[in-house]
Write a protein that binds this ligand. Structure first.
Ligand SMILES: Cc1ncc(C[n+]2csc(CCOP(=O)(O)OP(=O)(O)O)c2C)c(N)n1
Ligand SMILES: [Mg+2]
Length: 445
């Protein structure tokens, strides 16, 4: 398979990374300019300004090669040409099925009143999380968004710990204090889910800086850790995105910026909200490669991820990867999802990344239906177990309320006597009195 048929890379100049790279690398990083937007039912505004022949040519080059087409291309070739081994395929499949089954269960539990606040599901986007995170080491870091359950699962946080967190229980990965939008695990280097869009990007940039600092200043030669920051298309119109691209390129940080472009920011279509909807093009503007990949195909995402993570690990700097994907449910479980065109939904539903991987593996005789069914059954049990565990787990103690809210717990949450200030009946009186006094003073202005 030629990745260029589904992947677009633009490279800033100069960038001296191609000299020692393989032919595949050259293919990947070959400048590939096109103005069509993969899979989108919308046309870009600038598309109209192209000549007719260019339009046809560009359209042909950017057509999606679904996994099924890849299979057709591959049929006559030997199995050694496959993009994955059986073990890798099973790992990817299991991770995606876990993500899907977990989220479906979340929907059930949410509507049964077991979860509080907003819950944003990841259905449809699994190929992005799995394609990237399954290539990472434990020491590598991941920064997520409020759509963070599946990133955490892919990074190794147990289904029990994530489900318990969603139930607000003490056994959750944040002891029930974070909830759906704030998954965190120091052990797994999950740097957090973030409710404010774009907030995770500078945190990820800081983590990447610390890896570089440890390696180059503290001389920890084995510190080659990489950080992957996931965020949405709507978030790319936020200033933090641009600031962090600049710093990461300037300092050649070991980071991959992964845009999960699901074409929508709540009810705002990406093509309506963004001056140039091809986000990948912003990479070269800041001095780093920009890539556009079919985010419904885990194998293509994985090929791109290998290269981008490898670049970061080798000290060659950041990459911006735009994965075109789609969420199969509403923005959150509170969203009736009435704004998106049913034809658009059907278009992407037909490209379900889990079904596509299954077909690829079966058609290439990597696995049998039965082997995949065994995985699906195992995952059902894992998710059932997570729910039982979360349900039976205790609620956090009230004394936990202000822990980890302030950097210095003695400064506000806990008084000098070691007791929680909120337990002091005079807890709010002081501030009220102070503000009344201040208001009664004559103004100097
Ligand atoms: C700083 C900030 N501004 C506005 C919001 C409100 N908000 C919540 S989700 C969202 C859309 C984000 O869309 P996108 O980045 O595409 O992510 P997706 O939900 O599609 O994964 C917005 C604007 C917010 N959470 N934070
Ligand atoms: Mg979006």
């Amino acid at each position: 398979m030629s990745l260029t048929s589904s992947t677009k890379f633009a490279q800033p100049l100069p960038l001296n990374t191609t000299s020692s790279r393989s032919k595949e690398h050259k293919l990947l990083f070959e400048p590939f300019r096109t103005n069509t937007f993969l899979g989108s039912t919308h046309k870009l505004r600038c598309f109209n300004s192209l000549s007719k022949s260019n339009q046809t040519n560009l359209h042909r080059r950017s057509a999606i090669v679904a996994v099924s087409d890849v299979v057709k291309e591959k049929k006559s070739k030997s199995s050694t040409n496959l993009l994955i081994t059986k073990e890798e395929g099973l790992e990817l499949y299991e991770d995606m099925v876990l993500g899907r089954a977990f989220e479906d269960m979340c929907a059930q539990m949410y509507y049964r009143g077991k979860m509080f606040g907003f819950v944003h599901l990841y259905n449809g986007q699994e190929a992005v999380s799995t394609g990237f995170i399954k290539l990472l080491k434990q020491e590598d870091s991941v920064a997520s968004t409020y759509r963070d359950h599946v990133h955490s699962l892919s990074k190794g946080v147990s289904a029990r710990a994530v489900m318990s967190e969603l139930f607000g229980k003490a056994t959750g990965c944040c002891r029930g204090q974070g909830g759906s939008m704030h998954m965190f695990s120091k052990e797994h280097n999950v740097l957090g889910g973030f409710a404010f869009i774009g907030e995770g990007i500078p945190v990820a940039t800081g983590a990447a800086f610390s890896s570089k600092y440890r390696r180059e200043v503290l001389k920890e030669a084995d510190c080659d850790h990489v950080t992957v920051a996931f965020f949405g298309d709507g978030t790319c119109n936020n200033g933090q995105f641009f600031e962090c691209l600049n710093m990461a390129a300037l300092w050649k940080l070991p980071i991959v910026f992964v845009v999960e472009n699901n074409l929508w920011a709540i009810g705002m279509s990406h093509v309506r909200a963004t001056s140039d909807p091809e986000i990948w093009k912003k990479g070269p503007a800041f001095g780093m490669p920009g890539v556009h990949v079919d985010g419904m195909d885990v194998l293509k995402v994985r090929e791109v991820a290998k290269e981008a993570i490898g670049r970061a690990r080798r000290g060659e700097g950041p990459t911006l990867v735009e994965c075109e994907t789609y969420r199969f449910r509403g923005h959150s479980l509170a969203d009736p999802d009435e704004l998106r065109d049913p034809a658009e939904k059907a278009h992407y539903a037909a490209r379900d990344p889990i079904t596509a991987l299954k077909r690829y593996m079966i058609d290439n005789n990597l696995v049998t239906e039965q082997e995949l069914k065994t995985i699906e059954k195992k995952i059902d049990e894992v998710v059932e177990d997570a729910v039982e565990f979360a349900d039976e787990s205790p609620h956090p103690h009230r004394s936990q309320l202000l822990e980890n809210v302030f950097a210095d717990p003695k400064g506000f949450g806990i008084g000098p006597d070691g007791r929680y200030r909120c337990e002091d009946p005079k807890f709010t009186q002081g501030t009220t009195k102070h503000s009344v006094q201040r208001r009664s003073k004559p103004s100097r202005q």
